[in-house]
Design a protein around this ligand. Sequence first.
Ligand SMILES: *Cc1c(COP(=O)(O)O)cnc(C)c1O
Length: 408
Amino acid sequence: METNQLLGAVQQFGSPLYVYDAAKIESQYLKLEKAFLKVDNLRINYAVKALNNLSILKLLKQLGSGLDTVSIQEVQLGLTAGYPPEKIIYTPNGVSIEEIEEVAALGVQINIDNLSILELFGTKHPDIPVCIRINPHVMAGGNNNISVGHIDSKFGISIHQMPHLLRIIDNTGMHINGIHMHTGSDILDIEVFLYAAEILFNAAKQFNTLEFIDFGSGFKVPYKEDDIETDIEELGKKLSKRFNRFCTEYGKELTLCFEPGKFLVSESGSFLAKVNVVKQTTSTVFAGIDSGFNHLIRPMLYGSYHHIENISNQNGKKRFYSVVGYICETDTFASNRRIAEITEGDILCFNNAGAYCFSMASNYNSRLRPAEVLWYEGEAHLIRERETFDDIISKQKVMNFESTLVTS
Ligand SMILES: *Cc1c(COP(=O)(O)O)cnc(C)c1O
């Protein structure tokens, strides 16, 4: 999107504001599809938790996507957006058997990631087909919080528990129709991913009723100039070939599934905030914006880098700033960052604000969550209104103490 379009959106809808570019979501989707053109049955299940706005879900549905969900509420969002249940996979971790049963009853594909739940579910519902999430124990992530395949991870059934897993399936007579892995965000090295895939193929041979193999996600997108990103074309070439060979050996055309979140929506998003104050201290110039980690927590939670541009003064002389929020805790978006000279009232634009930004926003400090806008076919569409004070108090039950006051 162009700078004047972003500034126009702030003028129209106020700040802070999330703006998503539909064209970018579409081009990412098509890029992934194209990389796996040689696979006859490809399924892309968008990971709802990255950005869960209904209009975004509908846009992805239009492109042919399915959904990857981690809670019953995400399943309900998918159904509300018009997805048929068979295009939704549910991959929870640590949720109750009751929730899993409730989702299964809706006709959604269940993906189970621990043996006790598998045994319980298989005993009660041997006829409902289930996918199993395997942990191949491959460390693929760039950050400890987002690498979920390693040895101490809480995710998945350990590949070393295969004998126990097979015994449960045998004893319950349940039907396994898919096998899954999700090794964590940020695949930097394709060979590591292919190595984990090899472990999954090996496990897949143990089942004769599979319909799909799900390789999860972890596609890395660039967050700054010259940043490494997952080479999708190269991965597509190598994994497609290997997958097709596996299907031949297996004797059946299986579906290859992915469940990207970040890859599809991260780069589409811009977060726009206004500079309230420029504050010079002895060593630092702070730019304080009308937002904080209540609206965009990734820099504070993961140490994530978000490129920041002063779109009100794009050609201004670059100076060093620490960009901070208004939350009454350490609330630093960026330290010592070179940004075009900032004046109070300027609009700063944070890139890569599509994934895990609005969906992680909260009301901390009793602040309102921002509005969301989708830029679609040359126009800005409001897809979520800014919250109002009513949203903050609407669920509260207010006690009245006057009548019970004890006086001595
Ligand atoms: C979060 C998640 C994803 C999406 O990961 P990205 O890094 O955003 O692509 C996919 N699958 C599962 C099971 C997840 O929990």
